[in-house]
Write a protein that binds this ligand. Structure first.
Ligand code: ZN
Ligand code: ZN
Length: 262
């Protein structure tokens, strides 16, 4: 069985080679995914250690993997981000600990380094069956049932014997787990009136659409795996960058920016 991370990486490599508009973003994202996989492997291969889900307890171990991310961003990231990675590599551990802890407690999509670094940690928590982390976030069906994170992307797939939810799932921006979500509902405010919900796509990305809400003016991208079964939601979402430009131009705000800042 192909590794989950390899699946993301291979898709990003493929789309980077094909894409015209988002080539650089995808090439960078592919490198980020490689770094995240390496961080995940570092955590997984750690002897006699399982994450507790308490960030304070786990920090001493997970911090050791931070240079993996910083080196990658320094080598492949856009100039400003690469400079920031360099600065962070010389930052005191107290400040780094504070950055990671505060992001874990109240995540924001504009804290690139903390978000990118903690995703493989979150994923490792899910995979080890760790206790749900206590993050004191507002829980609702629109947040990840495991860690309370925001949805990063939505996807549709065919599931047998499940027509009720319309087979829509959301992927968590923090731990990368997915959960079922009703089909015709805003993933930000819960709006259910169809007249308030709009879907937009272009022929260039037949399997990706903008799912926008006119009540809260937020949007998320949806990847339709029933149209393109080998699409990989997190990666195809990044590849469809022009849709974000369109959504923003029409006054919509993304629920959660992705790792390339769109
Ligand atoms: Zn989560
Ligand atoms: Zn809404």
């Amino acid at each position: 069985m192909i590794d989950w991370w390899d699946k993301q990486i291979q898709r990003a490599d493929l789309l980077a080679a094909q894409s015209s508009g988002a080539k650089e973003l995808l090439a960078f994202y592919a490198q980020l995914l490689r770094a995240q996989k390496e961080i995940y492997e570092f955590l997984r291969s750690r002897k006699d250690w399982l994450p507790s889900g308490e960030i304070e307890c786990d920090l001493s171990v997970i911090r050791e993997a931070l240079p993996i991310l910083l080196k990658t961003v320094e080598a492949y990231g856009p100039e400003a981000l690469a400079a920031e990675a360099h600065d962070l590599s010389e930052t005191s551990s107290e400040i780094i600990n504070e950055m990671l802890t505060s992001h874990w407690r109240s995540p924001t999509d504009i804290q690139f380094f903390a978000k990118a670094f903690l995703q493989p940690y979150g994923r490792w928590l899910v995979d080890t069956g760790a206790e749900r982390p206590r993050r004191e976030l507002a829980g609702s069906e629109r947040h990840c049932p495991f860690c309370g994170g925001n949805p990063q992307v939505s996807f549709l797939q065919s599931k047998e014997g499940n027509s009720e939810s319309g087979n829509r799932d959301l992927i968590c921006a923090t731990c990368l787990a997915s959960w079922e979500f009703r089909r015709v509902v805003c993933a930000n405010c819960g709006e259910e009136r169809p007249a308030q919900l709009g879907y937009f796509h272009t022929p260039d990305y037949d399997h990706v659409r903008i799912e926008a809400c006119d009540t809260c003016k937020h949007y998320i991208k949806g990847v339709d795996l029933t149209r393109l079964g080998f699409a990989v939601p997190l990666v195809d979402e990044v590849a469809a960058a022009p849709l974000d430009v369109w959504a923003r131009a029409h006054g919509y705000v993304k629920i959660e920016l992705n790792l390339v800042g769109l």
